[in-house]
Design a protein. Structure first.
Length: 480
């Protein structure tokens, strides 16, 4: 019996017979440099793993700061957008979105000059963080409660090629590895009535070019860019075209030279002698198969590449260039699991789609519970949460009580067990009025659960190092 892959290869061979009688392309030299189809497939697999976070990031940037009609648009480059709300099921640009903290978002264009980020004083009892994440999805710096404290300050973000002095008044300089970069502000919300206080803090976040900060004339503007339209379907269909476009703003680091050279062999990135679109259909079919193999490797890493602790997958997936050191599979798994996650010192993310025995969590088939012992709540210096997502889309789900998570600030209003422990009820239907405070509404299908442990404690008991800490998340069980 022929498999789908066999049928695709048969189509490729049929197409090959057609291409052999077609006239030579205008770029004959390029044809001589085409890899054979086996090499093209291998490059595609590796290139997909390398490029997945870069392409995912570009798609988010396009929706947030380029396409005003995307439905997810936030603000133009170098301007901040403050959301005086938490994310809901209507927010679809980013998978596995955080619904704990109101976000402020800024996308930076660093080509013309550096950008200065200013933060206000924030009370020490309120956690906040400013995460700097570039087009490579490297977290290259932090401002906030843990990293810099609660005092006000001015910080400068520069592009990969910038050379210059640090002005007086700048507390620290952060260098992005790409010309475009995301800034994600997370400001803790204690309860719905606290939102006006969060909005006041957000109003103190300022983003301005260095020239404006110094009250000097602005340098010449960077050249206008014709950004290719991006959405989830287009990214899947034209993956390597998007990667090719994004790489022009990302100078290669030493650990990238090998994969960049390989990508050039299929017409992607700097150093190429032809365009990816010029490859024969046979090559493109093999490249599609290679991408599929790469995607399977990423999914497998998310299942097996982290420590299994009572059914929860725990690991350290997010960091800077040195953290990854060319481990593109880990970086791809990070983006696939939940792009724009924090470094482990800032937050740890136990995640699961299964019970401890491997059975798939499914709200259409079972009800579940998870119980935290009285003395074994997640050990953090900020706060913790458990968030519910649709197991297929990894997005928040619409539900009758508009509850997407349960977090530690909600504890005073929740029902404790006689021994002081806390049981969460994970199911699609209400567990009843007396237990509704402890209800985490589930989808009518596969479930994806993610804990967020903000500013994890370093002393025992601790979730650090991720997967090997002395604190372990409790197992999810089928409700009796």
């Amino acid at each position: 019996m022929l498999t789908k892959r066999d049928l695709l290869r048969s189509a490729a061979l049929a197409a090959m017979t057609v291409t052999t009688i077609m006239p030579l392309p205008a770029n004959a030299q390029a044809k001589a440099e085409w890899p054979d189809i086996r090499e093209a497939k291998a490059i595609a697999e590796e290139g997909f793993i390398y490029g997945l976070p870069i392409v995912m990031n570009y798609a988010v940037m396009y929706e947030y700061s380029v396409d005003r009609n995307s439905g997810q648009y936030k603000a133009p480059f170098n301007q901040i957008n403050n959301e005086a709300r938490v994310f809901t099921y209507k927010d679809t640009a980013v998978i596995t979105p955080n619904s704990d903290t109101p976000y402020s978002i800024a996308w930076l264009d660093l080509r013309a000059e550096p950008i200065v980020l200013s933060v206000p004083a924030v009370e020490k009892t309120r956690y906040y963080s400013v995460m700097l994440c570039d087009g490579n999805t490297f977290n290259y710096g932090y401002i906030g409660s843990r990293a810099t404290g609660s005092d006000p300050g001015d910080y400068m973000v520069v592009g990969p090629d910038w050379q210059g002095a640090t002005p007086a008044g700048i507390k620290k300089v952060f260098r992005s590895t790409t010309q475009f970069s995301a800034v994600a502000y997370r400001t803790q919300l204690f309860n719905p009535a606290d939102m006006p206080n969060v909005a006041k803090i957000q109003a103190g976040y300022k983003v301005q070019p260095l020239s404006a900060y110094l009250k000097q004339p602005a340098p010449p503007a960077a050249a206008a860019i014709d950004f290719p339209k991006a959405n989830a379907e287009l990214v899947k269909k034209n993956f390597f075209e998007y990667l090719d476009f994004a790489l022009q703003f990302a100078p290669a680091g030493p650990e990238e030279k090998e994969i960049r050279a390989k990508l050039a062999r299929i017409g992607v990135g700097a150093g190429k002698t032809f365009d990816f679109k010029d490859l024969p259909v046979t090559h493109k079919i093999e490249i599609g198969l290679g991408m599929k193999d790469g995607e399977e490797k990423v999914e497998k890493y998310l299942v097996n590449g982290q420590k299994d602790v009572n059914g929860w997958k725990i690991g350290s997936l997010f960091g800077d260039r040195v953290f990854y050191s060319g481990d593109w599979l880990k970086r791809a798994a990070a983006a696939k699991g939940g792009i724009y996650g924090n470094d482990a010192v800032e937050a740890v993310y136990p995640m699961t789609k299964t019970l401890a025995n491997g059975d798939i969590l499914d709200g259409s088939k079972s009800k579940y519970t998870v119980t935290f012992a009285a003395s074994q709540f997640p050990p953090v210096d900020a706060f913790w949460s458990v968030t519910m997502y649709d197991g297929k889309s990894q997005l928040l789900i619409e539900n009758p009580i508009n509850r997407y998570l349960i977090n530690s600030p909600m504890l005073p209003g929740m029902k404790k067990n006689a021994d002081g422990s806390l049981t969460l009820h994970i199911q699609k239907d209400s567990p009843g009025a007396d237990l509704e405070s402890n209800w985490l509404p589930a989808p009518n299908g596969p479930i994806y659960l993610v804990m967020r442990l903000y500013w994890p404690k370093t002393e025992a008991p601790s979730v650090l190092p991720p997967g090997n800490g002395t604190w372990q998340p409790p197992a999810i069980v089928v409700a009796q």
